[in-house]
Design a protein around this ligand. Structure first.
Ligand SMILES: C[S@@+](CC[C@H](N)C(=O)[O-])C[C@H]1O[C@@H](n2cnc3c(N)ncnc32)[C@H](O)[C@@H]1O
Length: 380
């Protein structure tokens, strides 16, 4: 297998940045093989040796971590984090940056809510996999069978995660939770898109990072997941579905610990609850939705674009008094920011991939203008 120059080094950097600590050479080899497939362990060892001390630091025999100020120049603009210039669109501020570095650079207690849809496979949004996606080659991306003469858009393959991937996901969310807990004010809602196979990992890891699990919001939507008969034995087991056809998407609801009672927190920080859709109706945890409409996908061709009708209800609810800043650290094409602009909130989005970042700068104002049918916006 021949890899482009720098791919192994960049994968090591990416792995060490994700774990956020030093790691043994064996852990690094396993971590990068998840990202780029089988590579000779001798190549990984020699990349580590060759790039130490410039990019990596040896913490003890056979253990390395990322050097704090050492990074390769091809990532420089991304890694400038907070120094990266923001683009302002309405009340939204968009950053092209790695959200982990961006969060590290934020003042403590400067964010009032987080609404986000993270990259679950950890590999599907790496440069290698997005290149395959853009070339229409699939890779980690599952291309659902076309029907009604329409080619379906690619979806990430969550079910291919193995034990090691799940462990990495836990590490990823624990680190993410720790950074969010620091940047958010007390009582901030943190709402994270998930799926029935992985929501428990997100909840457990974020709780270990110091956030409180407050429940789940069910986005009721018919997905393309589950319901299939056993592979290559469809006829033999006609009456069997391997797993239930999924008709909902769980959004994990967490909160940073309160500063005193709810009323104290609301007065001091403007957080600590959910905004009611109307005086006589509390915000509920089941929201009827539908797949993202074609009109919105034409504006923002992102494989994980969320629909405005749903996002506006959710984003409006996370600031109980309608005051403060909503953060989406995994912005994608900007559906959270567009929803925030539509309901009149201040927001910040961070996106690592330049192509998606550029997509968001064009899509946020257009998505924010999309009219939402009254029947699709029950709690607005
Ligand atoms: C599931 S998508 C979010 C899509 C979004 N919900 C929308 O409606 O467009 C996750 C996004 O996070 C981005 N991402 C992955 N790692 C990141 C990181 N470390 N910092 C910032 N963005 C990242 C990916 O490029 C991808 O666009």
């Amino acid at each position: 297998m021949s890899l482009a120059p720098g791919v192994i080094r960049d994968s090591i950097v990416d792995f060490l940045r994700t774990v956020g600590r030093d790691a043994s050479t064996d852990e690094i080899i396993a971590g990068i093989q998840i990202r780029i497939g089988q590579v000779p362990s001798s190549s990984v060892r020699s990349y580590l040796r060759l790039n130490t001390p410039k990019t990596f630091e040896r913490t003890s025999r056979g253990r390395y971590r990322l050097k704090i100020d050492g990074h390769s120049s091809d990532h420089a603009s991304v890694r400038d984090g907070n120094e990266a210039k923001a683009i302002e669109i309405g009340q939204a501020c968009l950053y092209h940056a790695d959200c982990f570095e961006w969060l590290e650079n934020q003042k403590p207690a400067s964010i009032h809510a987080v609404v986000t849809d993270p990259p679950y496979g950890l590999v599907e949004y790496t440069a290698k996999e997005t290149a395959k996606l853009r070339a229409g080659k699939g890779g980690i991306w599952r291309i659902p069978p076309s029907f009604d003469g329409h080619q379906r858009a690619p979806l990430p393959r969550f079910t291919v995660l193995n034990e090691e991937d799940r462990r990495e996901l836990h590490v990823f969310f624990k680190r993410f939770g720790t950074l969010v807990a620091r940047a958010a004010v007390p009582g901030a809602n943190v709402v994270i898109a998930s799926n029935p196979l992985l929501a428990h990992i997100v909840a457990a890891a974020m709780a270990q990072a110091g956030l409180e699990l407050r429940g789940y919001i069910a986005r009721q939507v018919m997905t393309m997941r589950g319901g299939d008969r056993p592979k290559n034995a469809h006829h033999e087991f006609e009456g069997v579905s391997v797993m239930p056809r999924s008709q909902w998407e769980p959004w994990v609801v967490l909160r940073t610990p309160l500063d005193g009672r709810v009323q104290d927190n609301l007065r001091r920080w403007k957080t600590g609850g959910f905004r009611r859709p109307s005086a006589d109706r509390p915000f509920g945890d089941v929201i009827r939705s539908h797949p993202t409409p074609a009109t919105e996908k034409r504006i923002a061709a992102h494989p994980s674009l969320k629909p405005q009708a749903f996002m506006r209800q959710l984003v409006r609810a996370v600031l109980p008094l309608g005051e403060g800043t909503v953060l989406d650290p995994f912005m994608g094409a900007g559906s959270t920011l567009a929803a925030a602009n539509a309901v009149g909130y201040t927001s910040i989005g961070v996106e690592l991939d330049k192509h998606f970042f550029d997509l968001a700068t064009g899509a946020v104002p257009k998505l924010a203008e999309i009219p939402v049918k009254a029947s699709d916006a029950s709690s607005l």
